[in-house]
Design a protein around this ligand. Structure first.
Ligand SMILES: [Zn+2]
Length: 82
């Protein structure tokens, strides 16, 4: 998987729709890609926070915003092709 694929998978990660094998693929990529590791760590924190909120303070807007962040990250050309 390259960075772009990771970012695409992260969208599913937020939706809790990732298969175990995809999680493993992501983990393998993160082992050697600090850039993605930082993004994933940030997202994980955000998602954890998001899940810890009571349903009433969990606006759909948060989810929309997360997806927007991911699409910005994935469209950014930072993977260098390797
Ligand atoms: Zn990467």
């Amino acid at each position: 998987m390259n960075c772009r694929e990771i970012f695409e998978a992260l969208s599913e990660f937020i939706d809790e729709d990732l298969s175990t094998s995809t999680c493993n693929e992501i983990q393998r990529h993160l082992d050697h890609c600090q850039n993605c590791r930082i993004v994933v760590n940030t997202l994980r924190k955000t998602v954890t926070l998001y899940h810890s909120l009571p349903p009433k303070v969990m606006p759909g807007e948060v989810r929309t915003r997360l997806h927007r962040v991911i699409s910005i990250e994935s469209s950014r050309d930072h993977d260098g092709g390797s």
